[in-house]
Write a protein that binds this ligand. Structure first.
Ligand code: GLN
Length: 476
C-alpha cells in the first residue's frame, strides 16, 4: 500500500474488502514516521504500541461483522492529534514545557467521538506553544518542517498535524483554528482544512487559547475525507455551552451536486499590494475553473478589512492573558519564567489592554470593530453565496525568515483572522502550485454553511486533482 496516495475513502473500502488490514495500515504509518520524522519533527509523542493493539482488535471485529463500518464510520482510520487535545493516558503538552509532563485523565469530546467512531490514535503532534504562531517555530520542542521543502515552514500553529498528513504518517490531522491555524498549515501542506462555524464543534478538553475565537478543525487529503470526519465531530455537547443546536448535515451526501448559478464574491480588499503575484495568479486561474463549473464571479467589498489584524491582536491577547493566568506555578509546578517569548508578549499585551483606564480605549474599541467586521461579511452574503480569497499572501516561507519580527509573522494571517472575528466557516482547498510549493485558497461562507463549502470545494478538487501531487522532501 502506498500511504502517500491513500485517502480515508480508499482506506475504508480496502479495509472492508480485506485488501489490507488495520494492522498493516497502522504499521505503514509508523514505518513512514521512522523514515521521515527525524527531519520533519511532526510528532511530540507516539502511540505505537497501543495503536497496533487497537488495530489487531479492530481486524478481529471486521472479520466477525462486515457491517461494523455502519456503526463505526471511521474504523481503522489513523488520526494524529494536535498536542492541545487532551488524550486519556497520553502525554499532552500544548507545545509548551510549562505542562510538558501532563498526562490527562480524560479525553476531549472530539477525541472521544473519533475514538468511538473507530479511529486509531497515531500520536500527538508538534505545534506553536499554546497555538500562538503561524509557522510552527514557536514550539518549545524544535520547529516542524514542510515535507514539500524541508527548508520551509509547514504553516502553524497546527504545524505537526499538517506535516504528518502530508508525508503519510496519518490520514487525518486535527487542529484548532483561532486565527488561522488549520487553514494555514492546510494551505502550505497541500491539504483540505476546515475552520468550522464558531460553536459547530465542541471544544471541551481543548487547552484554551482565546475562548471567543477558538474552533476545532481537521486536515485531510481530500474534501470527501474532511466532510466524513466533520460528520462525526460536529454537534451539540453538554460539556461545551457554546455549541449550537443546529442539525448536523450529512456533508458527504451532497458532494458532486452541481454549483451552476453559484455567486462567488471577490473582496477587493484582499487583492492588494503585498499579495505575492504567483499566489494572485493561482487564485485567478482557480476562479476560471469555478466559472467553468457554472459559478459567476462578482467583486464585493469588506470595508473594515484593514482593521481586522489590529482588532485581532487586541482581543486575542486579552483572552490569552486570562486563559494562561491559570498556569500560575502554584497548581502546575513550573514557574511562569518557562513561558516562551511569544506567550510572554501576549500575556503582557493582554494584561495591558484589559487594565483599568485602557480597557475602554483598546479592548472595548476592538470589540466594536469586531462587530463591524462581522457585519461586513453579513452584508456581502446578501449579494453572493460564498467568498473566494487566498489563504496566505505568500508561498510557504523559509524557516527563520520571520522569527525576529513578530509583526511580519502576524501578517501571515491577514486573510485568515477576519473569519475568526466573524465566527463564520472557511475551507482551505488547494489552488495549485507555484515554484513547486502549494498555494491555498479559502472558500468562505455564512454561519453553518459547511455543506455548501464542501460542495463547491469538491467539484473544484475533482476538476483540478492537485491533492495527487505528493511531497518530495526537497532540500533535505
Ligand atoms: N497565528 C495566529 C496567532 O498566532 C492564529 C493562531 C491560531 O489559530 N491558533 O494568533
Amino acid at each position: 500500500m502506498n500511504l502517500l496516495s491513500l485517502t480515508i475513502k480508499d482506506a475504508s473500502e480496502k479495509l472492508k474488502a480485506g485488501v489490507f488490514s488495520c494492522r498493516e495500515l497502522v504499521v505503514e504509518c509508523f514505518s513512514n514516521i521512522k523514515k521521515h520524522d527525524k527531519k520533519i519533527n511532526a510528532f511530540l509523542t507516539l502511540n505505537e504500541e497501543k495503536a497496533i493493539k487497537k488495530a489487531i482488535e479492530y481486524d478481529g471485529l471486521i472479520k466477525k461483522n462486515k457491517d461494523i463500518f455502519a456503526e463505526k464510520p471511521l474504523l481503522g482510520i489513523p488520526v494524529a492529534f494536535k498536542d492541545l487535545f487532551t488524550t486519556k493516558d497520553l502525554r499532552t503538552t500544548a507545545g509548551s514545557k510549562i505542562i510538558g509532563g501532563y498526562t490527562p485523565p480524560f479525553d476531549a469530546t472530539v477525541v472521544k467521538k473519533l475514538v468511538d467512531a473507530g479511529v486509531i490514535i497515531i500520536g500527538k503532534t508538534n505545534q506553536d506553544a499554546w497555538g500562538h504562531g503561524s509557522s510552527g517555530e514557536n514550539t518549545d520542542y524544535d520547529a516542524t518542517r514542510n515535507p514539500y521543502d524541508l527548508s520551509r515552514v509547514p504553516g502553524g500553529s497546527s504545524s505537526g498535524s499538517g506535516a504528518a498528513v502530508s508525508y503519510g504518517a496519518s490520514l487525518v490531522g486535527t487542529g484548532t483554528d483561532t486565527g488561522s491555524s488549520v487553514r494555514l498549515p492546510a494551505g502550505f501542506c497541500n491539504l483540505v482544512g476546515l475552520k468550522p462555524t464558531y460553536g459547530r464543534v465542541s471544544r471541551y478538553g481543548i487547552i484554551a487559547m482565546a475562548s471567543s475565537f477558538d474552533t476545532i478543525g481537521h486536515m485531510t487529503r481530500t474534501v470527501y475525507d474532511n466532510a466524513k470526519v466533520l460528520e462525526v465531530t460536529a454537534g451539540v455537547d453538554p460539556y461545551d455551552g457554546t455549541t449550537v443546536p443546529v442539525k448536523v448535515d450529512q456533508y458527504t451526501k451532497t458532494l458532486g451536486q452541481s454549483i451552476k448559478g453559484l455567486k462567488i464574491g471577490l473582496p477587493k480588499e484582499y487583492f492588494v499590494k503585498g499579495l505575492d503575484g504567483k499566489v494572485d495568479s493561482s487564485i485567478k486561474n482557480s476562479l476560471k475553473v469555478l466559472e467553468k463549473l457554472g459559478a459567476t464571479v462578482h467583486e464585493v467589498s469588506l470595508p473594515h478589512t484593514d482593521y481586522a489584524m489590529a482588532a485581532y491582536y487586541i482581543l486575542v491577547p486579552s483572552e490569552v492573558s486570562s486563559n494562561l493566568s491559570r498556569y500560575d506555578g502554584v497548581r502546575y509546578g513550573l514557574t511562569r519564567e518557562v513561558f516562551g517569548a511569544e506567550a510572554k508578549r501576549r500575556i503582557m499585551l493582554g494584561s495591558y489592554t484589559l487594565s483599568s483606564g485602557y480597557y475602554d480605549a483598546y479592548y472595548l474599541k476592538a470589540a466594536k470593530v469586531r462587530t463591524l467586521i462581522k457585519k461586513d461579511f453579513e452584508d456581502a452574503f446578501k449579494t453572493v453565496d460564498v467568498l473566494v480569497v487566498p489563504t496566505s499572501p505568500s508561498l510557504p516561507f523559509k524557516i527563520g525568515e520571520k522569527t525576529n519580527d513578530p509583526l511580519k509573522m502576524y501578517l501571515s494571517d491577514i486573510f485568515l483572522c477576519p473569519v475568526n472575528l466573524a465566527g463564520i466557516p472557511a475551507l482551505n482547498v488547494q489552488s495549485g502550485f507555484a515554484d513547486g510549493l502549494p498555494v491555498g485558497m479559502q472558500i468562505i461562507g455564512p454561519q453553518f454553511s459547511e455543506q455548501l463549502l464542501y460542495k463547491v470545494a469538491y467539484l473544484f478538487e475533482q476538476e483540478t486533482q492537485y491533492y495527487k501531487i505528493r511531497p518530495e522532501f526537497k532540500n533535505g
